[in-house]
Design a protein around this ligand. Structure first.
Ligand SMILES: [Zn+2]
Length: 342
């Protein structure tokens, strides 16, 4: 099969012909039709996350099952599938209560610990393949279907985890990024009023088109005033931070009102300062939200199947265009999501 191989950190993709995967017991193989391209996998491409090389990255897939070895549940040959990004054990206490992202025996990620979707075929543990509902016309929406498993499912979990409802006023930091835009869409779908906060002012129009009431740079001197106006002096009920650097988290905490919740999704690893008295007096909450559960992935597919939300995929290319596409992702030039048709 043809595949895009990464042969080292920061190296360009190499289009190579390698052996087709054969599934051992408990695994299945799908023919990949398309694979989404987001910042998560660019971190691997750029060498900020080190993996064993050669490695095939990509986890937001749409494919069709071609081979199964083992108990397959509802999957048959030909079933259209997407993938659950995390490699979990399926039997620990967290997996048992549908909180797979906390798995005690976490085994890593598709496209990092095992090969991912930038190839003609992908081999995964059977339980990582999630069937696409019949109502989704995936053949005419390959990349839109492929990216639901992360770009829609991650924001869906945030809404639930931070208990966001239509009475809340929400700020999204990193609103112009792939996940940020879909967060705005998901908030809008739930009739929740939101604002976009992003350093890239050229993304404001698309943020506003996808649900933000307005968008503003974190560097804007007028930021606090504008938020005051938006919240009628009450500050924000929820801040969702996709950047999660020291400065963005501290900004997030500073614009929360009483009962406010700060949600962090970034993995910068940086420490940040919050004022304990503010946290007490305002009863603030700090919430980490990581990816999604399989159940939330299925719910996201259902939302797409019912026409309630459609992912925004602005660039569709192929193996030959992958290098250029990833250069654009690196400098934050993509609107919404992008991906590769295979
Ligand atoms: Zn587990």
């Amino acid at each position: 099969m043809k595949a895009l191989l990464l042969n080292g950190p920061g190296k360009p993709f190499s289009i190579e012909t390698i052996e087709d995967p054969t599934p051992e017991k408990g695994y299945a193989v799908a023919k990949v039709l398309a694979c989404g391209s987001g910042l998560t996998i660019q971190h691997v491409k750029a060498g900020r996350i080190i993996v064993d090389y050669p490695r095939i990255i990509g986890h937001e897939i749409i494919g069709e099952i071609v081979e199964i070895n083992g108990e397959s549940g509802d999957l048959v040959i030909g079933s259209p599938v997407t993938a659950f990004f995390y490699l979990t054990c399926g039997h620990c206490r967290w997996c048992n209560i549908d909180r797979e992202t906390l798995c005690d025996n976490f085994k890593g990620y598709i496209g990092r610990e095992i090969d991912g979707g930038y190839s003609e075929f992908i081999k995964l543990p059977i339980e990582n393949f999630i069937k696409i509902p019949q109502a989704i016309d995936y053949k005419n929406n390959l990349l839109e279907t492929a990216v639901v498993c992360d770009a829609v499912a991650t924001p869906l979990k945030v809404i639930k985890k931070a208990r966001i409802n239509s009475f809340d006023k929400v700020g999204v930091i990193g609103a112009g990024g792939g996940l940020g835009i879909h967060m705005l869409k998901m908030l809008n779908l739930n009739n929740i009023s939101s604002i976009g906060i992003d350093t890239k002012t050229e993304k404001f129009e698309v943020c506003n088109r996808n649900g933000a009431e307005f968008s503003i740079s974190p560097m804007d001197n007028d930021l606090k005033n504008k938020i005051n106006e938006f919240s009628k002096g009450c500050d924000l009920d929820v801040v969702i931070d996709f950047v999660s650097s020291k400065s963005s988290l501290e900004l997030g905490a500073s614009i929360l009102g009483k009962g406010g919740r700060l949600v962090t999704l970034g993995g910068s690893g940086e420490n940040f300062l919050a004022n304990s008295s503010d946290m007490l007096v305002k009863e603030l909450e700090l919430i980490g939200s990581r990816y999604c559960t399989k159940q939330e992935l299925k719910e996201s597919l259902d939302l797409f199947a019912r026409g309630l939300i459609k992912p925004l995929v602005s660039i569709k290319t192929n193996f030959n265009g992958a290098e250029e596409l990833h250069n654009k992702i690196e400098i934050g030039e993509i609107t919404g999501r992008a991906g590769i048709l295979i």
